[in-house]
Design a protein around this ligand. Structure first.
Ligand code: ADP
Length: 475
């Protein structure tokens, strides 16, 4: 109560310097003073209630869906509490080690008080490192109330540079979980907070906690909706790719079958009219179409086994020199067919390999034959690097390359970088899918880098010893 109010009370009771109060005047004065204090209390309570209502209204009517809305909403609380600063911190987990940390998300400052919202030290602050007792107290849902002289060493390090003389921190609890806190600083005077203030500010903290939870739920819902939409798009795309594949595969099967039937009919219709050279030419074409048909069918079987993890492995010591000689021999033939130069760079010592020879051969030949197929009058290079625990095979070509948008898709089953009907290259689009599956089954990996029009490098890494867990499926 101020002195002018006291003077008024005295005058109303007829008390002055000339006329000192008697016992009944004292009693009357005391009663009036008590009334007045109760009025003060009531007015303060009203001010806080109005502030909480105003804060709620600001949050609920805000169109901002992010924490920015809180900056504006904290102002009525700060003004009503006579605080220098009001702020909101949100807890989260540090990605590197999962430690509980807290970051300042919103702030209101009284005129002339230095803002801390851009202080990098108040982002990702680990409770264990800086505020261990804060986390313990607030996790129990209890508030922290301190004067500057009660800070411990760590608290002084953080709070003193911000000029905080007294602080009140109230946890934000959502479903019993400590999710952050709302804090009030007083940088002007060192004073304790009254019970009404604490109760009303706690009510405000509850409101903020609920609104934060609601916003978090909204964000989760939006994320879940986006995931559903992506999954739906993927399913549509997979089904489209499957239809394209079925059309392609029926074409792949029909082409050699038609050739086989066509030449056979020819032979049946004109048995005596063909000389020996024509006859053997026709038979060779029938044989080649039959072989191609077998390759397509084998690829399909391999893929379905690999996808169902039903590939049987034969794990044994692999003679690397002879394996590479076989692969390079086959690749040389393919390279020549497209006018390419095949270059090999092998280390003097290849070392040992315990793996499935046939599958390693299959993967290397697939990568090399692709390099030869998609390169014309250029260079295909096989580099082998012998590491302590792994072998690295780099297959580099100077061919047509792959567009960035296609680079991961080429490993998807049934997908070819160019799946237009006018496509210039033969193939089923299954080779890379099978190779990547196989490389993973052997504990390795296949990666690619490429530049459209300038060539590609496929890197196949293979552990020297197939992983024990995977050898369980060895046949
Ligand atoms: P395909 O039978 O079509 O060659 P793959 O699964 O082996 O099937 O390859 C998938 C697609 O990846 C190919 O259709 C081609 O578009 C692209 N591709 C693979 N290797 C290369 C390469 N060395 N250079 C350019 N494109 C490649």
């Amino acid at each position: 109560m101020d002195t002018s109010s006291l003077h008024r009370q005295l005058a109303a009771l007829g008390i002055s310097a000339e006329r000192p109060p008697d016992a009944s005047a004292w009693r009357a004065l005391l009663a009036r003073l008590q009334d007045d204090t109760a009025g003060d209390e009531l007015r303060r309570r009203e001010r806080y209630l109005e502030a909480v209502v105003e804060m709620q209204a600001r949050l609920l009517t805000s169109s901002e869906d992010h924490l920015g809305a809180f900056n504006h909403a904290l102002a009525p609380l700060g003004e009503a509490a006579g605080a220098s600063r009001v702020y909101l911190f949100e807890n989260h987990r540090r990605p590197s080690d999962g430690a509980l940390v807290t970051s300042q998300r919103a702030e209101w400052c009284a005129a002339g008080v230095c803002a801390e919202i851009d202080n990098p030290a108040l982002q990702g602050l680990a409770y264990d490192d800086f505020l261990p007792r804060w986390a313990d107290v607030m996790a129990r849902g209890e508030r922290i109330e301190m004067l500057a002289r009660e800070y411990d060493e760590l608290e002084r390090m953080i709070l003193a540079p911000q000029g905080i003389l007294s602080i009140l921190v109230i946890p934000l609890m959502v479903d019993g979980e400590f999710t952050g806190f709302i804090g009030f600083d007083n940088c002007a005077v060192e004073r304790r907070w009254g019970a009404i203030e604490v109760n009303l500010l706690s009510a405000a903290a509850t409101q903020i906690g609920l609104i934060l939870a609601q916003r978090r739920a909204q964000r989760q819902l939006a994320r879940a909706n986006a995931e559903v939409a992506t999954a739906r798009d993927r399913a549509v795309e997979a089904s489209r790719a499957k239809s394209v594949f079925l059309a392609k595969i029926s074409h792949e099967l029909r082409t050699p079958l038609n050739a086989i039937l066509g030449y056979t009919e020819l032979l049946l219709e004109q048995p005596g009219e063909r000389d020996e050279a024509e006859l053997s030419g026709d038979l060779r074409r029938i044989e080649s179409a039959g072989r191609h048909l077998l390759t397509v069918i084998n690829d399909l079987l391999d893929l379905s086994r690999a996808e169902a993890d039903k590939i049987s492995l034969r794990i044994e010591p692999v003679e690397l020199t002879s394996l590479l000689a076989d692969v390079i021999g086959a690749a040389r033939h393919l390279a020549r067919r497209h006018g390419n130069r095949l270059v090999t760079e092998l280390p003097a010592q290849l070392g040992e390999l315990l793996s499935d020879r046939t599958r390693v051969h299959q993967i290397l030949l697939n990568l090399l034959s692709n390099a030869c197929k998609y390169t014309h009058d250029g260079e295909v290079r096989l580099t082998v690097l012998a590491h302590a625990d792994a072998l690295e095979f780099q297959i580099h070509d100077t061919g047509i390359g792959i567009a960035p948008a296609q680079i991961e898709r080429i490993f998807d089953a049934f997908t070819q970088a160019d799946d237009a009907p006018t496509r210039a290259y033969e193939g089923t689009g299954l080779g890379l899918t099978i190779s990547r599956h196989l490389s993973r089954i052997l504990g390795g990996a296949i990666d690619v880098t490429s530049a459209l029009g300038r060539g590609s490098t496929f890197t196949f890494t293979l552990p020297r010893h197939v992983r024990p867990a995977l050898s369980l499926i060895a046949g």
